[in-house]
Unconditional design. Structure first.
Length: 467
């Protein structure tokens, strides 16, 4: 088949990317192909085409690979030049439900690689596949995973590992850091072109606004506030919420050391390099505001001709982030608690549950609220729940059990199951990965072996950046 690639980013935004070819994979082997997603994108691929095109072994006709420039605050420190150091955007496909980037990740060095080898290992690419597909199954905005192909090449990390390329699908790869790149260089024409491109692509209605760039900032604030609230509801910890990993589209992007919290603990951190807990579970809403402030800074010249006035306008919008996030969080919590309407006491009800459930399994507690016999074993100390449950029962009313089961997943990508699947895949056995993938793609279907928290011997879970 052929893919009808378009290249609107390259066309609209000269000077924001470099043309560069992926490395040819020497002995590509298709590990997983997302047929359903391929079909949704109108791609009727053979396995051989998927293997060759999504590993860099061959370029699909019409692809015109580029590496995009971006900057970013990494753990609070500004890096003026990051960019696609191991990714190649092949092009965009236009479907009835929108325009999507198809990007290879782990496909070789680019001029943005700095010291890196441009490669990726089988484990981290399959991890991105699993977790992004779980997010999609939960209806959380996310980039998608189309395929992972082992390259047949060994790469060197702490040890030798099999290399792989992920084919990723995204509404776009515009990041907060994309705007920062050009803001840092004082290239206001490029910031305006990027903003126009972002509006046309993600928020077309805003083009009619008298103040389209302010409307863009508002729109990104709205989508990101909702996104982070959804993460919090799932116990998801992104792990590396740098500004280059925050998408203008509002999709979750760049799954690296991310993982799901098991026992509820607000300070949970998994990433080996997050020593200060900057990106801990409970800090994510604060980082939301911090990152969006960086976006607002980059947009300042577009907000008003007077710098003082532009700052005033931006600050006004930034002060709205916390209340907006709070409202989104409350909506998520109402859903998770099986509440159908709104009551002024709901925030306290949700917060008091958090206090009572510290240490108890995040996922299963919500799922089992209506079944006390199943709920009790999740707790070391049930005394606070004894006081809380009657309040919740009175508030939730009839049918709560059914609503809980529809709102709260039975299966999430549990850390020990993810590790088991990735370790087996690294050793050449894909069976545990496919079994886990099938389970997390139907997250509301109870599947006992995938529902249990990690055995106590699993220990404290540590994740590493997927580089
Ligand atoms: P990440 O932590 O994956 O969000 O990546 C942060 C930056 O490091 C981006 O500019 C990546 O392109 C770059 N990067 C990550 N891993 C590699 C690698 N193996 N080779 C080259 N660049 C990389
Ligand atoms: Mg990144």
């Amino acid at each position: 088949m052929t893919i009808a690639f378009d290249h609107s980013y390259a066309r609209d935004l000269p000077g924001t990317y470099l043309r560069v070819q992926p490395d040819p994979a020497p002995a590509p082997r298709l590990l997983v192909l997302n047929r359903r997603l391929a079909r949704d994108l109108g791609l009727d691929l053979t396995e051989d085409e998927a293997r060759d095109w999504f590993s860099g072994a061959a370029l699909p006709p019409g692809a015109d690979p580029i590496a995009q420039a971006y900057a970013g605050h990494q753990f609070g420190g500004f890096s003026p030049q990051l960019g696609d150091g191991r990714a190649h955007l092949l092009g965009e496909v236009v479907t009835p439900h929108g325009r999507f980037d198809i990007q290879l990740k782990g496909s070789g060095r680019t001029p943005f690689s700095r010291g890196g080898d441009g490669k990726a290992a089988v484990g981290p690419m399959l991890r991105e596949y699993l977790i992004s597909e779980f997010m999609a199954a939960m209806g959380v905005p996310t980039t998608r995973s189309l395929a992972v192909v082992a390259t047949g090449e060994e790469i060197w990390r702490e040890t030798r590992l099999p290399g792989a390329v992920l084919a990723r699908v995204a509404a776009s790869h515009l990041r907060v850091g994309t705007f920062q790149f050009f803001a840092a260089r004082g290239e206001q024409d490029k910031i305006k072109a990027l903003a126009d491109h972002a509006i046309a692509r993600h928020y077309p209605d805003l083009a009619q606004s008298g103040t389209p760039y302010l409307a863009l900032l508002d729109a990104v604030i709205a989508r990101q506030a909702r996104l982070i609230a959804e993460w919090m509801g799932l116990g998801f910890i992104h792990g590396v919420m740098n500004t280059d990993n925050m998408a203008i589209s509002g999709e979750t992007i760049d799954y690296g050391p991310c993982a799901f919290m098991e026992g509820y603990a607000p300070g949970t951190v998994f990433s080996s390099i997050d020593h200060q807990g900057r990106y801990a579970y409970a800090n994510q809403p604060l980082i939301l505001g911090w990152n969006l402030a960086r976006l607002a800074e980059a947009l300042l010249p577009l907000l008003d001709a007077s710098p003082e006035r532009a700052v005033e306008i931006a600050n006004d919008r930034l002060s709205g982030i916390a209340p907006r996030y709070r409202a989104e969080w409350l909506a998520v919590m109402r859903r998770k608690l099986g509440l159908v309407d709104e009551d002024p006491g709901d925030a306290a009800l949700a917060e008091d549950l958090l206090t009572a459930m510290e240490g108890a399994d995040w996922t299963l507690t919500f799922r089992r609220l209506a079944d006390e016999a199943a709920l009790r074993p999740l707790f070391d100390d049930f005394s606070r729940m004894e006081a809380w449950l009657p309040r919740w029962r009175a508030r939730a009313g009839d049918g709560a059990a059914r609503r809980l089961a529809a709102a709260n997943p039975a299966v999430i990508p549990r850390n020990h199951k993810v590790e088991e699947a990735l370790a087996a895949a690294t050793d050449g056995d894909m069976a545990p990965f496919h079994a886990l993938l099938a389970a997390i793609q139907s997250p509301f279907t109870e599947a006992e072996p995938y529902m249990l928290p990690a055995p106590s011997g699993f220990g404290r879970y540590v994740t590493f950046c997927g580089t």
